[in-house]
Design a protein around this ligand. Structure first.
Ligand code: APR
Length: 225
């Protein structure tokens, strides 16, 4: 039987591509109150502020390129094929741009916007968010999962975690559920759990901690898998 691998990534994997993390010093949540820009209530009370926040992040993404850690995960996918799944909390497109195909963007995608009138009206968007839906004229919002909303593809994620032999979480502080609980689900399913991060993450359910910058430790680790 072949080995099944699930990877979970967070903001730390894109830090060396120039995209700020959320909770490190100088991170996004230091400068923008989460409640105002990343909740449905914040959007309801001041949509312009929220839309501007994501427009700016979308603009900044144009200057970012995938780094060695993103590229290494493409090699891992090439090696394991359908036994590989990459779950990312990141809304940047760096995994997809690097070439990963089996990716679940559980917190949404910065380069997509959607209509408030129909869940089916989701559009690719590389510039400022359009004011109205090109299909039906309704208001639009970023295609981002905010606090209090259910992440995408949870069924598929849970099934993959229940079946995996190896689970690695990379560049994530483990502060936000449900992603923070994935290592526990993987561990309870019998997987070997590895953390690759600048700092050790408390809370257990981790067999191995590899400390270092993602661009350095991920390629080395991938070679050994
Ligand atoms: N290499 C490896 N790890 C790094 C690097 C790096 N170069 N730089 C920072 N880190 C680590 C930090 O030490 C920290 O543990 O990455 C982690 C980043 O944590 P957060 O900023 O909390 O980001 P993340 O875990 O992805 O946040 C989860 O919170 O607000 C939400 O929706 C947002 O998806 C996000 C979620």
């Amino acid at each position: 039987m072949s080995k099944k691998i699930v990877i979970l990534t967070g903001a730390g994997i894109s830090a060396e591509s120039g995209i700020p993390t959320f909770r490190d010093s100088g991170g996004l949540w230091e400068n923008e109150p989460v409640q105002l820009v990343a909740t449905p209530e914040g959007f309801e009370s001041d949509p312009e502020r929220v839309i501007n926040f994501y427009n700016k992040r979308r603009e900044a993404l144009k200057n970012a390129e995938p780094n060695a850690a993103h590229h290494a995960l493409v090699q891992l996918e090439e090696k394991f094929g359908d036994d590989f799944l990459l779950i990312t909390q990141n809304v940047d497109d760096l995994h997809q741009r690097a070439g990963n195909k089996r990716v679940i963007a559980m917190h949404g995608e910065l380069l997509k916007v959607r209509c408030l009138g129909s869940q089916e009206h989701v559009f690719h968007c590389t510039e400022d968010q359009p004011e109205k839906c090109p299909e039906c004229g309704a208001k639009m919002r970023p295609h981002i999962v905010w606090f209090g909303e259910i992440p995408f593809e949870m069924d598929r994620i849970q099934k993959a975690l229940a079946k995996c032999d190896l689970f690695a979480y990379i560049g994530t502080s483990g502060a936000v559920y449900p992603a923070a609980g994935f290592r526990q689900l993987a561990k309870l399913s019998g997987a070997h759990v590895v953390c690759l991060n600048l700092e050790e993450i408390s809370g257990g359910y981790t067999d191995e901690f590899i400390k270092g910058k993602a661009s350095e430790v991920v390629p080395k680790w991938v070679e050994e898998v």
